[in-house]
Design a binder for this molecule. Sequence first.
Ligand SMILES: [Cu+2]
Length: 268
Amino acid sequence: MLFQKISFTTLLTTILFFLISGCSDISNDDSFMEPDMFKLGEFTDNGLTIAAYAERPLSVGYNSIYLDLHRSGERLNSAEIEMIPMMHMEQHSHASPFEKPARVRDDETGLFTGWAIFTMPGGMMGSWELQLEISAVNGSGMPSAGIIEIEVEQSNRVKTFMSDSEERYVLTWILPDEPAVGMNELKVALHKRESMMSFPPVLNAEFEFEPWMPSMDHGSSNNVSPEHVENGFYAGSVNFNMTGDWELRFDIEAGGRKLGHHVFELEF
Ligand SMILES: [Cu+2]
């Protein structure tokens, strides 16, 4: 009887030990913490779970996209990721400008980070999805592939236009994200639409920029026209000297050809 009691206690202790050590293994690992972000969706293929996130619901314009990869409850650190934002419309499908996530996790978020510029909203016209293919997970393993259907809200941050020489472009207003009185960082991106699937960055564009307040018929001083930083992204400054309705007016040239006059409207 005494022997039975001891062995029972030992058994309980052993079970408790494994439970506690098992628990502490899990809590030492970040694998079960979901990122505190807007979840776009997830799928599992070949034992790999791929979850996609954004900072907020997706809208027309520039959006960072974050991926989290898990296998058997373990968060994975490196992978080759192919990501294509694709829109299926009634007559055709098309992609948009994008950059696939890097091979390793980003230090800041702990996630695989890429971006997409959505050129139109989802809805009656068609629907967007992220097409994903993941291989070389932690150096090896079977590839996993799947689709995450995404919603994209309307915004006024993208102009798609045709130049006089009938080339198609995508102009994206990225910053300021939340305009305020005073100096604001100004950031835009310019991509060429070579085909429904190919949107290379335009590296040699020249911008002439001025903000304008149409209701009061004035501009402002000390603005800086955007200049190329890298990969089709251009940075400058915009000075809003009061709240109200403003226009961001751009005249664009590339390779000695005019790409036209383009205006984004905003109010704050
Ligand atoms: Cu479309």
